[in-house]
Design a protein around this ligand. Sequence first.
Ligand code: 5GP
Ligand code: MN
Length: 339
Amino acid sequence: MSDPTPAAEHSATIRRIGDIIQSHQSFLLLSHVRPDGDAIGSQIALGCSLIAIGKTVHLVNEDGLPENLAFLAGSHLVTPPPVDPIGVDVVFALDNATESRLGEAALKCAADRRILVNIDHHVSNTRYGDVNLIDPTSPATGQILYELITALGMPLPPESRDAIYVAISTDTGSFQYPATTARTYEIAAGLIRRGLDVGAINSKTYDEHPYRRLELMRALLNTLELSADGLVAHWDLRERTRVELALRPEDSEGLIDTIRAIRGVQVALFFEELPGDEGKIRVSMRSKDRRIDVCRIALEFGGGGHALAAGIRMPGPLEAAKARVLDAVRRAVDSAFTD
Ligand code: 5GP
Ligand code: MN
C-alpha cells in the first residue's frame, strides 16, 4: 500500500486523538518553558474544551502563568509543576518542539502518563509523542487546536474562544507575519461570530504593558548595533539590568519586532543573560527574508523554531555567544545574497 497523503494522515491523527479523548478521563496539558501567548492560549483552549465535556484536567507550566496573560479567563487554572507526579491517563504537549523544552519539573509531574500527545507547529519538532499532530504550515498551535476542537465536535466555551484568538494573534504578530493565511482570518471571523470582543481582547493583549517594559526598551536601545551593511541588527540584555528594573521573563516578549522593523534589516537578534549561576544565554532571532532561515542557524547551536523566528539557549559568556551566533548569521546572510 502506498503512503497516505499528508492530508489523509492528518485527518487520521485527528480521529485518533478524538478516540484517545473519548476513552480516557484525566488529562495533563503542558507547554514550553517561558510560555508565550500561543503556549498558554493553547493550554487554556484545549483545557477548557475538555473540562466542558466533563474531563478531569490539569494545566501545568514549568514557569507558571506570566503576568501579561493573567487577563485570560481560565488562566487561573495554569499552575507551576507540583513536586509529585500527577497521576493522569493522557499528557498533551502543546506548542513545544523538543521534549526537554517542557521543563524538568513539568516532565517529572507527567511521569505517570500512559499516552503522550504532541500537538505543535514548529518545523523543528522532533515528534517525541506517542501521537504527533504537527503542522508547520500553521502560524500558531492555537490554529491547529481550533481545527481539532471543531473537527471533533467538541465545545468551544468563551475561555477557549478567547484563548485561541490570543494564541493566534500573538504568534502571527497581530495577523501580520507571512505564515498568516486566509484560513487564519476565517478562524478569527469564526471566533468573532461566536461572541469574541475584538476591541477588548486586543486592548488587554497589547495596551496593558507595565512601565518597566518601556524602561527595558530604553536600556535595550542603548545597546543597539547594526552590522553587515545594515542587514543585521542586534541588542542585548545583561543580568544587571534585569535586576535593576526588576524584570520578569515576559517583559521582553515581542520587543525584538522593533529592530526587525528597521528598514534594510533582514535579521534581528536579541541576546539575553539568563538568571542563575550557569551563565546561560538566550538568543532570539527573526528573519525578514525566506532565504535566511534562522531555524537552521538555531539548530546549529542546539536551538530551534521556525524559518523566520527561532531561538537558542546556549553557554555564555554573553560576548562569546554573540560572536559565535553573529558569525553564523553573517555567513548565512552572505550566502543568501551571493547565490
Ligand atoms: P522567541 O524568540 O519568541 O522566544 O522564539 C521564537 C521561536 O523559536 C518560537 O517558536 C520558540 O518556540 C522557538 N524557540 C525559542 N527558543 C528556543 C530554544 O531554546 N529551543 C528551541 N528548540 N526553540 C526555541
Ligand atoms: Mn507557537
